[in-house]
Design a protein around this ligand. Structure first.
Ligand code: HMG
Ligand code: MG
Length: 302
């Protein structure tokens, strides 16, 4: 077992975290959150998504948020683009990376992006080509790699199939997502192994929602497989509007605590990260959904 010595975390809080919020979150608050994340040392931030505002109203201010951020050298700012229309709108805002997102289950593909898996790949192909032509890195998100809110358990063969399709259209990196947080370590391991048939270890990340409290265990088994990139969400914000009942991604604070405790470097200042989580949680009028943040905030208060 060789654990990575350094891990890259992509904070998806501004996008995955906030997309599901019913109350409007002003663009200025999103911009301030991005600022706090980069100040805390995050080197990649998933800022927003260029999806239909009818489907996800919270992301309708995508261009305003991208225009509002102050870019820090060395930080990559990524956005979701489900089709050419989204890509063209995103391009004007100069993202460093775009994310095309598909599902390993047919039913979730239909519910989330209104098309089949095969249709989604056909839509992404010209997006991938256009992005690469202008030097924008293309990441892919693979939803429902262990379980689907509509179909139940998802077999690794489905992940194998999807990863092969993503590779086939030139997606450069894929995230293995447990969209509804039902995965346990051996199932996640199988989904990762299926993906690794098509992608190098350096081009695969984990994206674990924490609905059943398994995300840290799933992160640990991924680390043991050598995976060193993860999507996490500050204050454990989030969920997907088309995956009812699913809670947020594993909290960035909890993963940073885990990694630093294991002597693995992240480049992130946990105290400043906790401040970022506190900032957005105060705005949303709730407590950070992070055990490490709660413990450290209690310690600060004592
Ligand atoms: P559609 O209705 O099939 O699209 O939606 P369409 O091409 O038929 O167009 C219909 C209307 O949408 C038109 O407007 C288009 O202009 C507009 P109208 O003429 O009716 O006024 N439209 C757009 N507007 C803005 N930006 C666009 C865009 N495309 C079309 N890009 C579509 C298809 C994909 C757009 C829709 O289903 C959609 O927006 N879905 C949102 C899905 C989403 O954002 N889900 C959450 C993110 S994924 C996620 O959270 C999972 C992840 O975290 C990993 C994991 O955990 O699993 C990544
Ligand atoms: Mg997600």
């Amino acid at each position: 077992m060789t654990l990575p010595t350094r891990v890259k975390l992509v904070d998806v809080g501004p996008r995955d975290g906030l997309q599901n919020e019913k109350q409007p979150v002003p663009a200025a608050v999103k911009v301030a959150l991005v600022q706090r994340l980069q100040d805390a040392g995050l080197s990649e931030i998933e800022v927003t998504s260029f999806v239909s505002p009818k489907w996800v109203p919270q992301m309708a201010d995508n261009a305003e948020v991208m225009a509002g951020i102050t870019r820090k050298p060395g930080v990559r700012y990524s956005v979701l683009t489900p089709n050419l229309q989204g890509f063209e709108a995103a391009l004007k805002t100069r993202p460093d990376e775009i994310v095309v997102f598909a599902s390993a289950s047919e039913a979730f593909s239909q519910k989330n992006i209104n098309c089949s898996i095969a249709e989604s790949i056909a839509r992404f192909a010209p997006v991938v080509e256009a992005a690469k032509a202008v030097g924008i890195y293309v990441r892919g998100a693979m939803s429902c790699t262990v379980g689907c809110p509509y179909e139940g358990e998802v077999a690794p063969e489905r992940v194998d199939y999807l990863a092969g399709l993503m590779r086939g259209i030139g997606v450069q990196h894929v995230g293995v997502a447990d969209t509804i947080g039902v995965g346990t370590p051996l199932k996640v391991q199988r989904a990762l192994e299926a993906t690794l048939k098509h992608y190098d270890l350096n081009d695969v990340s984990g994206h674990f929602h924490d609905t059943y409290g398994q995300a840290l265990a799933n992160t640990l088994i991924s680390l043991q497989m050598g995976v060193w990139q993860f999507d996490t969400s500050v204050a454990g914000l989030g969920g997907c509007p088309y995956a009812k009942g699913a809670t947020g991604n594993v909290a960035t604070e909890d993963v940073v605590y885990l990694l630093h405790g294991m002597g693995i470097d992240t480049g992130i200042d946990l105290d400043q990260l906790i401040d970022a989580g506190q900032f957005i949680s105060d705005f949303l009028q709730r407590k950070p959904n992070s055990r490490a943040a709660t413990a450290l905030l209690n310690k600060r208060a004592a």
